[in-house]
Design a protein around this ligand. Structure first.
Ligand code: CP
Ligand code: NVA
Length: 310
């Protein structure tokens, strides 16, 4: 694997499956990995809020024998108080890995380029690859495989959607993305997904018709309509996205045994109706749990061979 984990596009499809297999092994036997990252430290840099990412990285490091140190948005102030490169050159002297949640994707790329220790993307405006890995682990557990499974994503063609597309391309999953006009996924990511998926059986439908996207799906996924940093667009988006709410009527277009997925946090009666969110089809907390196992696999793979401060 590369030094860093910045995008699912950057890993080969073999590495993609290896990470999922390792995540399953760690999930089944966490005690075997209690000392794998003994004495190692992960700096966890946050420029945006978090529940799941913060908890799963910190608990993950603890359960692997190391430690995570949380740096809040008020602390580093990347680019304002100090340059990205200077932050990297400080952190690399003290820690064995860096996780960053930030706005501009370029911040993650520059931090990784400047840093000698692994950098993990904990969400940028462009992608959320750790979420994508946890979601495909969940999909594999619930559907018994990934190739040929149909995943429908409804809502904003955002960071979460992009990572799902890139994961689907590696896995050979059929993906349908339904968004309002003007909110389609980034064309650059679409192109990468189509290239990555050429030999895996991946297919991609991008449509502005929510029903068409969901038809016959094995899994229906949605995310908030206004992401972190887009709060001022919340009301305008609520009107534009209204017909993309995952309602019982839309779920009825999917297969009868379809599961409902959401990266969380969720807004009931906006992107998903409360009845779907709370239905037996909803596996959203299994996804949240799998963040822990998937990220442990990523950290073990990137940091497992490093000696303390080596
Ligand atoms: N899904 C997710 O990344 O959650 P947080 O924003 O709470 O970390
Ligand atoms: N698209 C959302 C995901 C939150 C986990 C955001 O960026 O806010």
């Amino acid at each position: 694997m590369n030094k860093d984990f910045i995008s699912i596009h950057d890993i080969t499809r073999y590495e993609f499956h290896e990470l999922l297999d390792l995540a399953t092994k760690i999930k089944e036997n966490p005690d075997k990995y209690r000392k794998t990252l003994k004495g190692q430290v992960l700096a966890m840099v946050f420029e945006k809020p978090s529940l799941r990412t913060r908890m799963t990285f910190e608990v993950g490091m603890h359960e692997l024998g190391g430690k995570g140190i949380y740096l809040s948005p008020a602390e580093i102030q990347i680019g304002t108080r100090e340059t990205i490169e200077d932050v990297a050159h400080n952190l690399e002297r003290w820690v064995d890995g860096i996780m960053i949640r930030t706005f501009s994707h370029d911040t993650v790329v520059r931090l990784a380029r400047a840093s000698s220790v692994p950098v993990i993307n904990g969400l940028s405006d462009l992608s959320h690859p750790c979420q994508g890995m946890a979601d495909f682990l969940t999909l594999r557990e619930k559907k018994g495989g990934l190739a040929g499974v149909k995943l429908a994503y409804l809502g904003d063609g955002n960071n979460v959607c992009h990572s799902l597309m890139l994961a689907a391309a590696k896995a050979g999953t059929s993906m349908a993305v339904g968004t309002p006009k003007g909110f389609e996924p980034n064309p650059g990511i679409t192109k990468l997904a189509l290239e990555d998926g050429k030999e895996t059986g991946f297919s991609l439908l991008i449509t502005n018709d929510p029903k068409e996207a969901v038809r016959n799906a094995d899994a229906v996924y949605t995310d908030v309509w206004a992401s972190m940093g887009q709060e001022s667009e919340k009301e305008a988006r609520a009107k534009i996205f209204a017909s993309f709410q995952v309602s019982p009527a839309l779920m009825a277009q999917a297969k009868p045994d379809a599961i409902f997925l959401h990266c969380l946090p969720a807004h009931r009666e906006e992107e998903v109706s409360a009845s779907v969110f709370e239905s037996p089809q909803s596996v959203v907390f299994d996804q949240a749990e799998n963040r822990l196992h998937a990220q442990k696999a990523i950290m073990v793979t990137l940091m497992g061979n490093r000696k303390k401060n080596g």
